[in-house]
Design a protein around this ligand. Structure first.
Ligand SMILES: Cc1cc2nc3c(=O)[nH]c(=O)nc-3n(C[C@H](O)[C@H](O)[C@H](O)COP(=O)(O)OP(=O)(O)OC[C@H]3O[C@@H](n4cnc5c(N)ncnc54)[C@H](O)[C@@H]3O)c2cc1C
Length: 453
């Protein structure tokens, strides 16, 4: 029977489900995680004595509220945890639970798939002990483990200070926090950050607390390499004044903001358009997340916005779906949600300036540095292919010739850097080089996967 299907049980997916349940619908909610909550409000594994209240600080109330609300909703939705959606085609989503593949028909699909860390390759980024900022957080929040004893946090991302602070609270030694965005650029972002003062103040508090705790925080750092033989042993960087430094450590957490998870939207037939602020291709939708053909996007999977914006956009997507079915929706609430969401979006544009993606590094990455880890494609191979082969074509040509983005991660981690490197090599804007098209399966399937009988 055709259904309303929601992919993702983070803040956006839960908020969308709430709206639908309030109007008597019973959506199917699919999530590959074991527990609901999404990335930011992830719950620790059962039996783990982790004080989430202390770790989340001022956000702990929202964390509890989201989980309480989902608990109240649970019997009124068809919730299927540990269910990966790996393809969307012709009105069906294809899922994997355990080893079994199911096709789930939908007549309306809300994609609330969130985001992953955005990475610009740095020499040595494949060494054991080098994690993304989000990966370091997942280790802590999901498993209660630290990635190392003496950790360098580096890159530029709203998660940079938060993750470092959470590690400090768990008694990790923070060798330094190296923020790659110059301080002057942070000041330039203030007018847009002022669109949401409480969130801006929260971010400043993270920085202040780290400094109070004696953690060294450097702005405008240029990462040179992560060094070591069998595992990471240090970080080499140039400071804002141009002096080179080496920091010994046994783990690195690095990242440059987030990349929206757009592959399912792509497979569902949504158009994607280049966003010059976030420098990535995002699903084209109206203000409420409507993409057409019964597909809606919400949360970080639509555009990077944070947990509060994800909830607002999830509610809007729920109402859009109902309105498209002829159900009366509360116009006043919708207008308020749109206006609040607009403020968060302006704030996020400020964050994109304050924590800048270092696109200018793309032209400087050494030829032998791996860009696509899965297929072993280096920056040099990409440049050579781009210069020799692109002509009037684009990044998917480089994919065909080098296999960039064709491995296990399907370009989820390398595609944005690969696009920047290819664009820099031929002196064209990244928007013209295009994006790696989504391909099923969006995440690896085991050889043992079999169709449900
Ligand atoms: C690793 C990481 C850590 C973060 N930590 C913080 C933090 O500590 N504090 C903070 O304020 N913000 C954090 N953020 C940002 C924050 O999580 C988001 O802004 C917010 O959670 C967005 O909500 P969402 O509902 O859009 O997506 P999410 O919360 O990311 O939820 C998306 C859900 O979709 C599911 N999903 C995705 N693809 C599939 C698929 N193919 N099949 C099935 N299920 C799928 C995921 O399992 C996930 O549960 C983090 C982001 C990341 C990527």
């Amino acid at each position: 029977m055709p259904e309303i299907v929601i992919v993702g049980a983070g803040p956006a997916g839960i908020a969308a489900a709430e709206v639908l349940v309030e109007r008597g619908e019973r959506p199917v909610v699919l999530d590959e995680s074991r527990r609901a909550g999404g990335q930011g409000y992830r719950t620790p594994a059962p039996g783990l004595a982790l004080d989430m209240g202390a770790l989340l600080g001022s956000e702990s109330g929202k964390y509890r509220s989201l989980h309480d609300r989902f608990a109240a909703l649970r019997d009124r939705v068809d919730y299927r945890p540990e269910t990966l959606v790996w393809n969307v085609s012709e009105g069906e989503v294809f899922t994997l639970s355990g080893d079994v593949i199911h096709a789930v028909r939908y007549d309306a699909l809300i994609l609330a798939t969130g985001a992953v860390d955005r990475v610009m390759p740095v020499r040595g980024w494949q060494l054991p002990g080098v994690y993304t900022l989000g990966g370091a957080q997942v280790m802590l929040k999901d498993q209660g483990c630290l990635i190392g004893k003496r950790v360098v946090f580096c890159g530029s991302s709203p998660l940079l200070y938060l993750a470092a602070l959470q590690y400090r609270m768990m008694d990790a030694e923070i060798a330094a926090v190296l923020d790659t965005t110059p301080f002057a650029q942070k000041l330039a972002a203030l007018p847009k950050l002022a669109a949401h003062p409480p969130t801006m103040i929260r971010g400043l508090k993270y920085l202040w607390k780290l400094r109070q705790d004696g953690v060294s925080v450097r702005h405008g750092a240029r990462l040179l390499d992560f060094t070591g033989r069998d595992g990471v042993e240090g970080v080499r960087y140039r400071d804002a004044a141009g002096a080179e430094h080496s920091l010994p450590c046994d783990a690195v957490a690095f990242g440059f903001g987030l990349r929206s998870e757009t592959q399912l939207a792509d497979l569902a037939g949504c158009d994607l358009a280049y966003d010059p602020v976030f420098r990535q291709f995002l699903p084209k939708s109206d203000a409420d997340g409507r993409c057409g053909n019964g597909v809606y996007v919400a949360g970080d999977g639509a555009t990077i916005g944070g947990a509060d914006a994800a909830e607002l956009s999830g509610r809007l997507a729920g109402y859009a779906l109902l309105a498209d079915r002829g159900v009366a929706v509360p116009e006043e609430e919708i207008a308020r949600l749109r206006s609040e969401l607009g403020r968060y979006r302006r704030f996020q544009q400020g964050l994109a300036t304050a924590f800048a993606w270092p696109s200018s590094w793309a032209g400087e990455i050494a030829a032998d540095v791996a860009v696509c880890r899965c297929e072993g494609v280096t920056a040099g191979m990409l440049r050579k292919t781009a210069r020799a082969e692109f002509g009037g074509k684009e990044i998917n040509r480089a994919k065909a010739l080098t296999r960039v983005g064709m491995g296990r991660c399907q370009g989820r981690f390398c595609s944005l850097a690969a696009g920047e490197i290819a664009a820099a090599a031929i002196g064209r804007p990244q928007a013209e080089v295009g994006r790696l098209r989504g391909q099923a399966p969006v995440k690896p399937l085991p050889m043992s996967a079999r169709l449900a009988e």
